[in-house]
Write a protein that binds this ligand. Structure first.
Ligand code: HEM
Length: 487
């Protein structure tokens, strides 16, 4: 089953040649680095992120970061995400209907670049779930939507490799002088800011109106509204929040593009692309037709096309397929930290250094860079066994004990990183992925249009599917899609 995984692009880095840099796939070292505020995002990454997402959790460090996360965390909790389930299912059904129409117009079987529809669905979901704003990316009905246009301009284009971008990778300060693309980002940011601030003010006014008789004395439990922004504003207005922890409107505003951005990808100096769990899942299913059919049978046994989050979570084979996709095809393949202190890092196993001496730890100086490779951990035969590179959902029936050594926020995997900067949106992401795969695999059969050897990962931090033979086109995943007809 699943004898191949996609080829990886070799990782090239923005690290200055003179900066000592440790590359590691040792779970113990990764835990030490990612689970501590002593290791921070490198300054060039923070500057670049700040330009796009402003003063948000993506950029903050230390106490400031801890404070922002404590206000944000409740909005991303299990109960809150469950309340948004209907949005994930509704938008998945809309995508299904768009594809049904397209397939009919192409005579019963269509060749679709599935990235297009998936990208629009993500935008719509984050618009509704994030701030109760219909972006209508999937189905605009011909109406212009200013905010959708701004987000699309900022987040969904993979910029071509330009001289400017190459120079920025060598001299990061040049990132402060915008090229054509950065200018477009700045323009779109103006639109986003204007609409974002208006949304915040309207929501605040609505909350106060509804609780008029309580004035500013708000308890988190009796506040209306389900979208993440309303929950965040409520948490921020709660009377039990110490004054010095309250976010300004600017800081609240900064979280919005972070969510949109993060639903698309992790930020980086070089690329702004949408994240890629869903297309990789569909790709894996095309490479493993028996898995695709077994999954479909489980999904078709569900008597409704609009399941609840609990019903989706109870589907064990779907759960295994999702875990296996996020293991083999983790979209964020690595991350980097800069040491803020002099440190000694313990290692899982002794190693021999370049002078032939056996070492049991690694000495780190302030400013040294550490690259933690998520994909190397996920593909390690020492951890997962000889079949580590195979796509095998069944492995999750009894996963190897060794995976408990991997630091994580979910499922003993680094897909969503680990530690204080671990992904805040992982529950949202998983819920959305389950709903989408549920709807699409029930409705369609998927086959790869072309050769699997042509499919590669495109991007540096975040890898999306693309074709080696059409590399200039950037990310794409052309699939042959036909309606599934039950025998
Ligand atoms: C499959 C989808 C996703 C993946 C694979 C993913 C992965 C990650 C990873 C690896 C990080 C840590 C990066 C680092 O520190 O170096 C991260 C951080 C983050 N993610 Fe996600 N993410 C996903 C979806 C989302 C969604 C949907 C949201 C919100 C709506 C979100 C919000 C965030 C935020 C706010 C951070 C920064 C957290 C912090 O620094 O405190 N993510 N994500």
């Amino acid at each position: 089953m699943g004898q191949r995984v996609r080829k990886q692009h070799p990782v090239s880095l923005a690290v200055q040649p003179q900066t000592p840099c440790l590359w590691t796939a040792d779970p113990q070292v990764i835990r030490h680095v990612l689970c501590s505020y002593n290791y921070v995002k490198p300054w060039e990454v923070s500057i670049s992120a700040a330009r796009v997402v402003g003063d948000s959790v993506l950029v903050a460090e230390g106490e400031k970061h801890r404070g922002q996360r404590s206000i944000l965390n409740p909005a991303f909790g299990a109960i809150q995400i469950k309340e948004l389930a209907h949005i994930f299912v509704q938008k998945s059904l809309e995508l299904r209907d768009v594809w049904v129409e397209e397939i009919a117009s192409q005579g019963g079987t269509a060749r679709l670049n599935v990235l297009d529809g998936l990208k629009k669905t993500t935008l719509d979901v984050i618009g509704l779930a994030g701030f109760d704003y219909p972006l209508e990316a999937l189905n605009s009905k011909g109406k212009p939507n200013e905010l959708n246009e701004a987000f699309t301009r900022i987040f969904t284009k993979t910029p071509p490799l330009s001289l400017h971008r190459i120079l920025v990778s060598i001299f990061p300060f040049l990132d402060l002088f915008p090229d054509e693309r950065n200018r477009r980002v700045q323009e779109a940011n103006v639109v986003m800011r204007r609409i974002g601030l208006k949304l915040i003010q309207d929501k605040k006014a609505a909350i106060l109106r509804e609780l008029g008789n309580k004035g500013g004395n708000i308890d988190k439990k009796d506040l209306p509204g389900r979208d993440l922004l309303t929950l965040l504003i409520k948490a921020n207005m709660a009377k039990d929040l110490p004054e010095n922890q309250r976010l300004s409107d600017e800081e609240v505003l900064a979280q919005i593009p972070t969510w949109v951005h993060e639903s698309f990808t992790w930020t980086s100096v070089f690329e702004l692309t949408h994240h890629a769990c869903r297309p990789w899942c569909l790709f894996a299913l095309t490479q493993n037709p028996a898995v695709q059919q077994k999954l479909r049978e489980e999904l078709l046994a569900v008597p409704t096309e609009s399941p609840t989050m609990d019903e989706l979570a109870a589907l064990s084979y779907l759960d295994w397929v999702v875990r296996e996709t996020l293991r083999v095809h983790a979209p964020v393949t690595w991350t980097m930290r800069s040491a803020g202190i002099e440190d000694v890092i313990p290692v899982s196993e002794p190693y021999v250094d370049r002078y032939g001496k056996t070492q049991h730890e690694i000495r780190i100086a302030p400013g040294n860079r550490i690259i933690t490779s998520f994909l190397a951990v996920h593909h390690s035969k020492a951890i997962w066994g000889e079949d580590a590179l195979e796509f095998k959902p069944e492995r999750w029936e009894s996963p190897p004990e060794k995976i408990s050594e991997i630091p994580s926020v979910w499922s003993h995997m680094l897909t969503f990183s680990a530690g204080p900067h671990g992904c805040i949106g992982y529950r949202l992401s998983l819920a959305e992925l389950r709903a989408l795969i549920f709807t699409l695999v029930r409705a369609f059969e998927f086959e790869l249009a072309g050769s699997p050897d042509d499919v590669i990962g495109v991007g540096m931090f975040t890898q999306r599917p693309g074709l080696q033979s059409e590399i200039a086109k950037g990310a794409q995943l052309p699939l042959i899609v036909r309606p599934y007809v039950r025998a």
